[in-house]
Write a protein that binds this ligand. Structure first.
Ligand SMILES: Nc1ncnc2c1ncn2[C@@H]1O[C@H](COP(=O)(O)OP(=O)(O)OP(=O)(O)O)[C@@H](O)[C@H]1O
Ligand SMILES: [Mg+2]
Length: 190
């Protein structure tokens, strides 16, 4: 149903906020959360981690409970997104997305396809993606093009500020001045 981005420098508060929003999604939809903990961060340790993506898929779509894992490679991330596209009714938190979908490596097509088709997951049942990144300028354009909302925290890199200005009409001066936990949100239409 939606692709939500969280962008900002390290320590700006992206993952904290994304996790709060996922908790809201769970309350509203009754769907479980599937957490792709790209870097193994302490904040996400509160969600039970599994060793393999297959165990995660079982937790989420058979047991219907929240589950997390640290992917070994982009193929595992792609595999999870393929199942999500097939079955829907899931909230995916993809932390540090640029790890798996930078425009240089592109990552597996399955991730890209899942982003583009989020409306149709599970034959129209839908799904929610909440995705964080410190490296917006490196994320593949297709993943940015299907943004529903973006919460921008403090950013300092010239490339990222430029991309935020171009794609979402942000004012770079405002973005550079944001304090920890502060963000400016833009929605569809930007
Ligand atoms: N609204 C807030 N007010 C005060 N402190 C906050 C707020 N949001 C997050 N923090 C604190 O800031 C620190 C960094 O938060 P968080 O891990 O969410 O940042 P991040 O942007 O995801 O960083 P990284 O890119 O390194 O993953 C944490 O210690 C967190 O508790
Ligand atoms: Mg983070």
């Amino acid at each position: 149903m939606a692709v939500h981005w969280y962008v900002g420098v390290t320590g700006s508060g992206k993952t904290t906020r994304a996790l709060q929003d996922v908790a809201d999604d769970i309350r509203k939809t009754g769907w479980p959360a599937l957490v792709i903990d790209s870097q193994g961060v302490r904040l996400l340790a509160s969600i039970k981690h599994r060793k393999t993506w297959k165990e995660v898929v079982r937790d989420v779509w058979i047991e219907r409970k929240n589950s997390a894992f640290i992917p070994r490679d982009a193929e595992e991330v792609g595999a999870v997104f393929s199942v999500a596209r097939e079955l829907g009714k899931v909230i995916i938190l993809l932390d540090e997305a640029a790890f798996w979908m930078s425009s240089r490596s592109m990552g597996p097509k399955a991730i890209e396809r899942a982003f583009r088709t989020h409306f149709h997951w599970g034959g129209g049942k839908g799904g929610i993606i909440r995705s964080t990144t410190q490296h917006l300028a490196d994320v593949a354009p297709v993943a940015i093009q299907c943004t529903t909302t973006i919460k921008t925290f403090r950013c300092t890199s010239a490339r990222i500020l430029e991309r935020l200005k171009q794609e979402f009409q942000y004012n770079p001066d405002e973005i550079e001045k944001l304090e920890r936990g502060q963000f400016i949100e833009k929605g569809s239409g930007f």
